[in-house]
Structure formats: structure tokens, C-alpha cells
Design a protein around this ligand. Structure first.
Ligand code: NAD
Length: 310
């Protein structure tokens, strides 16, 4: 059992994980508002640094602390705020908890699809202004529509199951082979990227941010989509060329988009936010009680396990 190990939690995380670390005998310092200067000074006093997305674990912080720090733990998915290369070079393990968010992100995607199909945010805003806009609100059903899933990983697969329950037809594209049992289970049509783009009524992105996926949805791809298509992005903002998307939405190249993620977060002067056919949420895919609790518990378990192995 790991004991006497010191853990510094640098961002706010659910209490369940903190309790679990304490129960295992670790000394836990919870400093969810710690700034970069202070962190640079104290990081060397810990065995484990725990962050979400606010705290940046830079090369300098790793250099100053790697004599003691054995693990950098990211509660959540992306590792964009950690200098992974430097950590690996200094033998510091990096762990995260991507599995915890899958259900919450998937449910948000379904919510965004329904919001686009029925223009729910517009209906709500107009009602509250005292306007009865019934005749302007002829929407579309999801049933029978083609849902294109780009990246059939843990979130993409979950969305496929939900889409099936809504009686949608599923098209999927991934760079790796998709599990055969899963394909059979949901009746997924597996295609290349271009076929998906050209055939889907709703297109949802679930790829990680890599050199290949950066701006994979660009003006060329947008021009191939149906003019009635809706695009949903809850993956990473950089996966879409925002300028090209703005043009496509203004020109009617596609019908609408729902975005939970942006190239710059929070977005500043982002013209997409001004368009009536865009629905935006502030990166809330994993912002549920369930996902946060699960993420903190998964991370705590992984920290305990990794310290046992080291
Ligand atoms: N909005 C949020 O709050 C939130 C929360 C969690 C995750 N995410 C994001 O969701 C995305 C997916 O997460 P996940 O847990 O499903 O990841 P995952 O690793 O389980 O799945 C990603 C899939 O994308 C595939 N892929 C990679 N490159 C590809 C390419 N060029 N073309 C097609 N497919 C490709 C992979 O093979 C894999 O199957 C990530 O970008 C993650 O950062 C967002």
C-alpha cells in the first residue's frame, strides 16, 4: 500500500477521489487555486501532481520538480496543458481518465442534435421576449436520418448506441478497424471520410487533436456536405477550420452547427458566436456530477496502482 506519498491537487476536483487518496495513506494537499509561480516553488515537495485543464505543467515546472515527482495525473482527457515530452524524458509517468467522460459527452451530443433539429435555443429566447414564433419553427426529426460519426472510439461508439435508440442510420469512419461485434450491434455502415461527409445529415466529431485531425473539417470538406447537414463538434476546436465553418454557415453551404469546443477557449471575438444557425456551449461535455466524480475516482485508483508498480 503506498503511504507517505505526497499529492498536490492543483485544480478543483470531485471529493470522492481526494477521499480515496487519503484512505490509501497519502498526504493530500488540495490547492485548487495555486498559481504558476507558487507551483514552480513547491512542486518538488510532492510525489504526485494532479491537474485538470487550468494548471499548466510546463517544462520549467517539470525541470524543477522531477527529482521527486513520479506522476502527473490529469483528471480528464486532453494532455495539452502538460509538457508530455519533457515529462517522458525525465521518467515522470503521465496518467489521465478519458473513460470517465464518455457518457456525459455523448448525452450532450444528443442534446445538441435535438437542439439543432428543432431550434430549441431560438424558441426559448423568443418565448422569453414575448414572441410566439410557432410558424418559423418547422424542424426535422432525427429518426431515419444518417448520423455520421468521425472517430469511432469510446465517445463515438456510445453515440452510435444512442443514435440507434433514436432510430437513426449510422455511418462511421475511423483510421483503425472498428470492432466487428460493435458494427453488427448498431448496424454501422463503415465508410471513408469523404463518403461520410457527403452522405450524413448530422456529422459529429470524436477524434483526438493530432497533426492529421487539425482542421480536418476545412472548406473543401464543408463544400461536400449536404446543404441541409448539421455539424456537431465536442472533440477539440482545432479539428475544424473555424473561418471556413463561418463562411459555410453564412453562405448556406451547410444548415447549422453546434460547438462545445473552440480553437481559443474562452473564445474572444469569435464570429461563429454571432451566427443564428450556431449553438454554443462552453466546453461542458464532461461537466456533470457523474463524470466529475467518476474522473476523480478513476484518477485516484490509477495513482494508487501506479505508485504500487513504481
Ligand atoms: N467536450 C468535452 O468536454 C470532451 C470531454 C471528453 C473528451 N473530449 C474529446 O473527445 C474526443 C474523443 O474522445 P474519446 O474518449 O472518444 O477518444 P478515443 O481515443 O476513445 O477515440 C478517438 C477515436 O478517433 C480515432 N481517430 C484518430 N485519428 C483519426 C482520424 N484522423 N480520422 C478518423 N478517426 C481518427 C481513433 O482511432 C479513435 O477510435 C477527444 O478529442 C477528446 O479530447 C471532449
Amino acid at each position: 500500500m503506498p503511504s507517505d506519498n505526497r499529492v498536490l491537487i492543483c485544480d478543483s476536483i470531485d471529493n470522492a477521489g481526494i477521499e480515496s487518496l487519503k484512505k490509501s495513506g497519502m498526504v493530500v494537499d488540495y490547492q485548487p487555486e495555486i498559481g504558476p509561480v507558487q507551483l514552480g516553488l513547491v512542486a518538488k515537495n510532492y510525489d504526485v501532481l494532479v491537474v485538470r485543464s487550468r494548471t499548466k505543467i510546463t517544462k520549467e515546472i517539470i525541470e524543477a520538480s522531477a527529482q521527486n515527482v513520479k506522476i502527473i495525473a490529469r483528471v480528464g482527457v486532453g494532455l495539452d496543458n502538460i509538457d508530455v515530452k519533457e515529462a517522458e524524458a525525465r521518467n515522470v509517468r503521465i496518467i489521465n481518465s478519458p473513460e470517465a467522460a464518455a457518457n456525459s459527452v455523448s448525452e450532450l451530443v444528443i442534446g445538441l442534435m435535438l437542439s439543432l433539429a428543432r431550434n430549441i435555443p431560438f424558441a426559448d429566447t423568443e418565448m422569453k421576449k414575448g414572441n410566439w414564433v410557432k410558424k418559423d419553427l418547422i424542424g426535422t426529426e432525427l429518426r431515419g436520418k444518417y448520423l455520421g460519426i468521425i472517430g469511432v472510439g469510446s465517445i463515438g461508439r456510445n453515440i452510435g448506441r444512442m443514435g440507434k435508440a433514436l432510430r437513426m442510420n449510422l455511418i462511421g469512419h475511423d483510421i483503425f478497424p472498428i470492432n466487428r461485434d460493435y458494427i453488427k450491434e448498431v448496424g454501422l455502415i463503415v465508410t471513408d471520410f469523404n463518403t461520410l461527409i457527403e452522405s450524413a445529415d448530422f456529422i459529429t466529431c470524436h477524434v483526438p487533436l493530432t497533426t492529421e485531425t487539425r482542421k480536418m473539417i476545412n472548406s473543401e470538406k464543408l463544400s461536400k456536405m449536404k446543404s441541409t447537414a448539421f455539424l456537431i463538434n465536442t472533440s477539440r476546436g482545432e479539428v475544424i477550420d473555424e473561418k471556413a465553418l463561418y463562411d459555410a454557415l453564412r453562405n448556406g453551404t451547410i444548415a447549422g452547427a453546434a460547438l462545445d469546443v473552440f480553437e481559443n477557449e474562452p473564445p474572444t471575438n469569435n464570429m461563429l458566436l454571432k451566427l443564428p444557425n450556431v449553438i454554443c456551449t462552453p466546453h461542458i461535455g464532461a461537466q456533470t456530477n457523474e463524470a466529475q466524480e467518476l474522473a476523480s475516482m478513476v484518477i485516484a485508483e490509477k495513482i494508487i496502482q501506479t505508485l504500487r508498480e513504481i
